[in-house]
Design a protein around this ligand. Structure first.
Ligand code: C2E
Ligand code: MG
Ligand code: MG
Length: 265
């Protein structure tokens, strides 16, 4: 019975038997309100119609090292999906994929990424990797080296969950990143918490001074979106716009905004 198997075996079986899914959370341009991209988020459906919480199974996959295989599958699947969406909905959509600490330090990361992108024909600038602030800072000098290599491929880089780790501003300046993602912990109490208002507007101002774009996560109310837009935050994702959606629901949402050209007879 599968629930008696050790977790690494269950995860490995789940990949073998095609149990994992990727959901896509729309990323919204706060000025225009349009979808400009999607973050790929891994889902593991269970027999009782629930989903195993990503925070739990991704952490377990990290601990056992299985995240390297799972991460390669996520990247391959999401990149293939996005190249198909480019043909249908326009090639300006950007795909964000999370990269875990273990993957980040894996010796074969760059080769595997290059092979995947080449096979999918997705333009590298339409792919963005999200690395959490905590992972980036754990070994900051190595991080800089790896990020530089990723930049040479032409991929965009974002620092995820910004504000929750221990960022050294000296390193922040040296990381070749394109974007900061403000953690949802700071967004949650906007516009009521004066401290969060101050922190969020300071993060946006600092990011802009460093030439970075800013994306807020966890945007759930119009008041939060309005405040962020007025502070100059360019992008947002959150339940106000959409949850992470299965492929068909993402397509239904984007089809309303970007009607597909009718096929000529
Ligand atoms: P993350 O990369 O910071 O992803 C954002 C998380 O916030 C997602 O949780 C998303 O569903 C959730 N979220 C989005 N909008 C809202 C909102 O308005 N309110 C609230 N409260 N939450 C919102 P999820 O999907 O449970 O993923 C949790 C974490 O698991 C992710 O955090 C990421 O670190 C990790 N993860 C998920 N998929 C992958 C993957 O394929 N690879 C790796 N390495 N990590 C992944
Ligand atoms: Mg993320
Ligand atoms: Mg995040």
């Amino acid at each position: 019975m599968s629930f008696r198997l050790p977790m690494h075996q269950r995860l490995s079986n789940a990949l073998t038997y095609g149990e994992f899914r990727i959901f896509y959370q729309p990323v919204i341009d706060l000025q225009t309100g349009r979808i400009v991209g999607a973050e790929a988020l891994c889902r593991w459906p269970q027999r009782d119609d629930t989903f195993s919480p990503p925070e739990t199974f991704i952490t377990q996959a990290e601990t056992s090292g299985f995240i390297v295989q799972l991460g390669e599958w996520v990247l391959r699947t999401a990149v293939t999906q996005m190249s198909e969406w480019h043909k249908r909905f326009g090639d300006d959509l950007q795909l964000a994929v999370n990269l875990s600490g273990r993957q980040f330090l894996h010796y074969n990361l760059l080769k595997s990424i290059e092979d995947t992108i080449r096979a999918s024909k997705l333009h590298p600038s339409k792919l963005e990797f999200e690395i959490t602030e905590t992972v980036a800072m754990q070994n900051a000098e190595d991080t800089i080296g790896i990020l530089r290599q990723l930049k040479t491929i032409g991929i965009d880089l974002a620092l995820d969950d910004f504000g929750t780790g221990y960022s050294s501003l000296a390193y922040l300046k040296r990381f070749p990143i394109d974007k900061l993602k403000i953690d949802k912990a700071f967004v949650r109490d906007i516009p009521d918490d004066a401290n969060d208002l101050a922190i969020v507007s300071a993060i946006i101002a600092m990011a802009h001074a460093l030439g970075l774009r800013v994306q807020a996560e966890g945007v759930e109310t119009q008041a939060q979106a309005d405040f962020l837009r007025d502070c100059g935050c360019e992008l947002a994702q959150g339940y106000l716009f959409a949850r992470a959606l299965p492929v068909d629901e993402f397509e239904a949402m984007i089809s309303k905004e970007r009607p597909q050209p009718s096929v000529q007879a």
